[in-house]
Design a protein around this ligand. Sequence first.
Ligand code: C6P
Length: 405
Amino acid sequence: MDWHRIRSDFPILDQQVNGHPLVYLDSAASSQKPRTVISALTHYYERDNANVHRALHELSARATDAFEAARKKTARFIGAASEDEIIFTRGSTEGINLVANTWGMQNLRPGDVILVTGMEHHSNLVPWQLLAQRTGATLKHIPVLDDGTLDPAAIETLLDERVKLLAFVHISNSLGTINPARELCARAKAVGAATLLDGAQSVGHMPVNVAEIGCDFLVFSGHKMCAPTGIGVLYGRMELLEKMPPWHGGGEMILSVTLEASTYKPPPQRFEAGTPDIAGAIGLGAAIDYLESIGLENIHRHDHNLSNYAVQCMGEVPGIRILGPQSGQRGSLVAFHLDCAHPHDLVEFANSHGVAMRGGHHCTQPLMRRFQVPGTTRASFYFYNTIEEINRLVEVLHAARKFFS
Ligand code: C6P
C-alpha cells in the first residue's frame, strides 16, 4: 500500500500549525475527510440539492436516489440483511438514545437488568441510566481489569437470565481495548438478552459485519470514518425494528394522520421523522466507497502497526503511564498520563509544536476514576498517519518533559 499517496487525498493535512507541519492525532474525536467525500458534497449542493421522498421533480428524484443508494451501500458495508435495517441518525449518541426510548421503553420492567461495561463512553451509559430510572430496571456493569480488558469472571456471574440487554463498546475510545464482540453477543444470546454494539471507534477502522458478530443493534458515527459530521447509523435486526414504536413524530414517518391519531410507516422510515441529513448520507456513501477502495483489512493492519509502534516508543518516555492493553490487538489510539504535566497543559504544549491531540476525560469519567487519573492525553491515529508523525510525537513528549520538569 502506498500510504503516503493515500495521505495526499486529505487536503487538510498539508498545512503548518504554529510554524510546524500539522501532525493530526485526534481522529478518535473526528477523522479528516478525503477529496472524494468533499467533492460528493460539493456535487450534491451544486447539482442535485432538493428534499427527498417528497416531490416528483428531477432534482428531488436525484437527491432521493443518491440518499437511498447510500442506505444500500451502508447495509452492504456492515453485512445487514436489508437496507431497511439501516436508520440514518445524527451519530452514535442519537442511535443509542433511539434504542433506549423505543425498544427499551417497550421491553424493560422492574427486576430486569441492563448490562454495560466499565469502559463505556457516556453515550452508552447515560441513556441507560435514564431508561433504568424510567422503567425500574437495574443498570449493572462489567468491571475493567488493570490491563484494560473486561473481567471474564464477572461476565460469567453477571450475564444471567435477568439481563435483557447487553450494551458494550467495540473499541474503547479511552483505552484502545478491542472487546470480543462476537463472543459477548453469543453469550448474551444464550441467556436471551438483546445486544447493542457501540461501533463508534471500530466501524471504518476494521471490518465490522453484523451477521458475523451476531449483534441486534449497532451504532456508529460518520464523522469518525471520513464522512461529514451530522450523519450516523443505527442498524437494527428487522425482527426487533418491526416491533418497536416510533420515537420522534413528524413528517415522512407516517402512513396516515387524522387530528386524533396516526399510523406509521415500517422501518426505517418510522424512525426518520423530518428532513434527514441528505448531504451527510451521500457523504457517508462516498466515505464507504473510499474506505473500501483501500480495504478495511489493510486499514486495520496499518492502524495496528501505528498504535503498536506508538506504544513501544512512547513507553520509553520517562514518567509516562499508558492506559489499556500494552501488547497484542488494540485500537488505533494511545491514551497516557505524563507525571510532570496536566493533560490540558500537555495538549497545549503539543499544539504549539503542531501536534493535535485530545486531553481530558474523553467522555468516560467512570473509567478515569477506575484508573485514578484526572484525565489523560490521547494520541489517536488513522490510516493517513505515518511512522514519522509518531516519531515527531515522541520528540515532542521528550521536549515536554524538559519543559514541565
Ligand atoms: N467519542 C472521542 O473523542 P458521537 O458524538 O455521537 O458521534 O459519538 C459518541 C461516541 C460513542 N461511543 C464512543 C466509543 C465514542 O468514542 C464516541 C465519541 C469522541 O472519543 C468524542 S467524545
